[in-house]
Design a protein around this ligand. Structure first.
Ligand code: DHB
Ligand code: FE
Length: 288
């Protein structure tokens, strides 16, 4: 059977992708950001999954105000990086896993979560920047990401957005779906976005280190308490884009301890300010 082996949490700041793509990762501003992922790149090489289930948000790239799916699962065989206005990122096309994605859609919808099924989609920085951070720079033509990726897009851009509690419950349903897939696959689930940031309005530039670190503590040791945080607290404390953190609760809800297993091992924790307008947070939790 398939099983979830680990969860990874990371910010997805688009300027991180631009820094990598333009060879700036050794500049003094960016070096400390990328150093926080040195361990992670080695860890991913040592713990290579068969599939990554990557929870992210689309930033009005594949979707727009014309169509706003709350939860969308990518079931295609491949997903090209999108042109977000400055050309496509020079990174490999993302290969999907249509069989596992279709199985998860079937199982999760039957567990009462309504997913939008997306058979054709391009993916933006929300998905490609976490891959670059964890896998390093890959040649767009001769390179490849280490394994197939199932993109799972969450609406955190246009209100109403899903609650942290619902995201946490959805993670549990995804874990159950993975565990009923009849193939011996190691699956990692990644929750991306966050941490505190606000990109517009009078509070643009807001960063809240105390909130972010308390969130990391709670996510590790008391995830149900993290899941109970209401929207208004994210917006007040972590800024309007801090709401992206609800996506981390999907990944956390899929870990074994939530349904009676052992607490996860914290393999890596990293926090750094600034990266563009955002506080970068990163965790690796392994199921024991
Ligand atoms: C920034 C962060 C984001 O999460 C995003 O989607 C766009 C921009 C930033 O910090 O600049
Ligand atoms: Fe974002």
């Amino acid at each position: 059977m398939a099983r979830i082996t680990a969860s990874v949490y990371t910010s997805h700041v688009p300027a991180i992708g631009a820094a990598l793509d333009h060879g700036k990762s050794n500049e003094p501003y960016w070096k400390p950001v990328f150093q926080g992922y040195d361990f992670s790149k080695q860890w991913l090489r040592d713990n290579r999954p068969d599939v990554i289930f990557l929870v992210y948000n689309d930033h009005a790239t594949a979707f727009s105000l014309d169509m706003i799916p709350t939860f969308a699962i990518g079931t295609a065989a491949s997903f090209a990086p999108a042109d977000e206005g400055f050309g496509r990122r020079p990174v490999p096309v993302v290969q999907g896993h249509p069989e596992l994605a279709a199985h998860i859609a079937q199982s999760v919808i039957q567990q009462d979560f309504d997913l939008t099924i997306v058979n054709k989609m391009e993916v933006d920085h929300g998905l490609t920047v976490p891959l670059s951070l964890m896998c390093g720079q890959q040649d767009p033509v001769t390179g490849a990401w280490p394994c197939p990726v199932i993109p799972f897009a969450v609406n955190v851009v246009q209100y109403p957005v899903p609650s942290g509690r619902r995201c946490f419950m959805l993670g549990q349903a995804i874990a159950k779906a993975v565990a009923s897939f009849d193939e011996d696959l190691k699956v990692q689930i990644w929750g991306t976005g966050g941490m505190s940031h606000q990109l517009q309005g009078p509070r643009a530039g807001l960063i809240n280190k105390a909130f972010d670190n308390a969130f990391l503590d709670k996510l590790i040791a008391d995830p149900a308490a993290a899941a109970a945080i209401p929207h208004i607290d994210y917006v007040r404390e972590a800024g309007s884009e801090g709401i992206e953190l609800v996506m981390w609760l999907i990944a956390r809800g899929a870990m074994a301890d939530i349904t009676g297993g052992k607490p996860p091992n914290v393999r890596h924790r990293f926090y750094h300010v600034p990266a563009s307008n955002t506080a970068v947070g990163h965790l690796i939790l392994e199921n024991s």
